[in-house]
Every structure is written in C-alpha cells, then in structure tokens.
Design a protein. Structure first.
Length: 106
C-alpha cells in the first residue's frame, strides 16, 4: 500500500495524484542515474534509451529519461541522466553509452 503524504484540496486532485503514483509504479521499480563524461545535448526527458556496458539485466532494459541535466564547464560538456526502467519499449531505443560514464542502479 502506498500512502500519499500531501493533503489535496479536492477529491479530483487526490485521484489525479494517486493515478500518477500508480502509473509510476507500473512503469518499473528500477531507476538508473547515469553521468556521461562526453555530453549528449540531444538527450531529453521522455526519450527512451538503451544503455550498454553494464550487467545484462541493465543492458536488456529500455530506460525512459526522467531528467536530463547538461553542464558546460572548463572540462567540457557533461550530461547527467535520471532514468526509469521501461521494459515495454526496448525495440528501437537508441543506445546511450559513454566510455567514461558512471552509473548507479537501484
């Protein structure tokens, strides 16, 4: 059972929030934070990606970008991604790999 912490002003708002949480749970429990040392400004939220170079279970998933942050510094452009697993969308997902990438999977 999931309990929403916020108190909503209307029943409609509460139902909308509950549906949103339910859909997020249905999308998948796995998340992946991935930092590309060589930035990819073409990656954006809502895009479905495949990753390579990790465990087979991670490589075999499709990942939906929830957040993409692009940073330019004296070291160059980097891209930090927050993604959720999306096992239904692997076919045709472009690969997002990087030799210098770091990742954390939950």
């Amino acid at each position: 059972m999931k309990t929403l912490r916020h108190i909503y002003a209307t029943r409609s708002n509460a139902l909308r929030a509950a549906r949103s949480v339910f859909q997020r749970i249905q999308r998948g429990a796995a998340t992946l934070d991935y930092t590309l040392a060589h930035g990819r400004p073409d990656v954006y939220p809502g895009q479905t990606l495949a990753v390579r170079g990790f465990k087979a279970k991670i490589d075999g998933e499709a990942w939906t970008v929830q957040r993409a942050e692009h940073k330019m510094s004296h070291g160059g452009l980097t891209t930090q991604l927050e993604m959720e697993s999306n096992p239904n969308d692997l076919a045709g997902a472009p690969a997002c790999d990087d030799e210098d990438a770091t990742a954390e999977a939950e």
